[in-house]
Design a protein around this ligand. Structure first.
Ligand code: ZN
Length: 333
């Protein structure tokens, strides 16, 4: 994913959204009139989520076209199937920034596929093929483990899926693992600019959804949700397109005692899978992403470096994110 400069034309619209959302606070769901917690939410296990992260990292970097990538796609679809989801794997060849074609596998697990009202949860599962922000230039051309940038969001969602298979939510839930998110333009080589080189899996899905005319009430994207020092600001495209969902998620986190992670301050405008979901499918989707306004990159210390390893994954952070997501989706009616 990539940070972009906030366009000034967004500003008046954002002010309107802030004013509108101030009238609807205090409920769990996103429908405005719903009560607070009314269901017993199954207990999210950070140990289990961590094990799902570790299982992905154990394949090695899941760089599109590699053996690890193919094997991990099989692992994700087999795991969702075992949990009771109806699984679709979208396979296609997509062209990356340098003209090379790589295989893409979007892995989609649908719970209660018969339900018309649905929630979409998503995360990218591929690993970046280079470490273009590593301080050691000699390490920049090797792929990264992507324990946080990729595997963490998928690990949280696999743990959510495990519960959905045994304790169904009221709405249908689709869990989508997007591929080829992180093959965007490298910052350590001068290759010239090209638009839309990130998020190739979600761009493909946006144009070819797994179900005809697919839409969800809303979507939640998880990206880099596993660092010990994580902080989740309110990402600006999310605030612009889905302020009610941002409010519902951040309010739920605050009630659960995770207000120090889900902070009230604004994040940057981040080009991530949720942008293409919004743009191509037309339903609101937010991004829960670790954003650090005071770092030089805008992201966490390990972002696009060889330090993005399993040893830097924190169970308490996985717990905070997973528990919050479950609180929101199980209270949706
Ligand atoms: Zn990345």
């Amino acid at each position: 994913m990539k940070i972009t400069i906030l366009n000034f034309w967004l500003m008046p619209a954002m002010l309107v959204f802030v004013a509108a959302s101030a009238c609807t606070g205090g409920t769990v769901g996103t429908q405005g009139s719903q009560p607070r917690t009314v269901v017993d939410v199954p207990a999210f296990s950070a140990d289990s989520a961590y094990a799902y992260v570790a299982a992905q990292v154990a394949f090695g970097p899941r760089v599109p076209g590699s053996e690890a990538h193919r094997l991990c796609a099989d692992y994700l679809s087999a795991t969702l199937t075992r949990m009771g989801a109806a699984v679709t794997v979208q396979k296609a060849d997509v062209e990356v920034f340098d003209g090379q074609t790589v295989p893409m596998y979007n892995v989609i697990g649908s719970f209660r596929p018969e339900k018309r009202n649905r929630i979409m949860l998503c995360s990218h599962w591929d690993s970046r093929p280079f470490a273009d922000h590593d301080s050691d230039h000699a390490r920049r051309d090797a792929p990264i483990d992507g324990a946080n940038d990729g595997a963490s969001g998928v690990g949280v969602l696999l743990e959510v899926a495990r519960h959905l298979g045994t304790v169904p939510a009221q709405l249908g839930v689709d869990i989508i693992f997007f591929d080829v998110e992180d093959y965007g333009l490298p910052d350590h080589r001068d290759v010239g600019y090209k638009p839309d080189t990130w998020c190739l899996g979600s761009q493909y899905w946006g144009r070819h959804p797994h179900a005809p005319g697919y839409e969800a009430r809303y979507g939640i994207l998880l990206d880099m949700v596993g660092a010990a020092d994580a902080v989740f600001c309110r990402e600006l495209y999310s605030k612009q397109t889905a302020p009610h969902v941002v409010d519902a998620v951040w309010d739920a986190a605050a009630r659960l005692g995770y207000g120090s992670l889900f902070v009230r301050s604004d994040g940057g405008s981040i080009t991530d899978d949720h942008v293409y979901v919004n743009r191509l499918r037309g339903f609101p989707c937010i991004d829960i992403i670790h954003y650090e306004p005071h770092s030089s990159t805008g992201f966490c210390r390990t972002w696009h470096t060889q330090d993005d390893r399993l040893e830097n994954i924190s169970r308490p952070t996985l717990q905070a994110v997973g528990r919050t997501v479950m609180e929101v989706i199980y209270n949706e009616r």
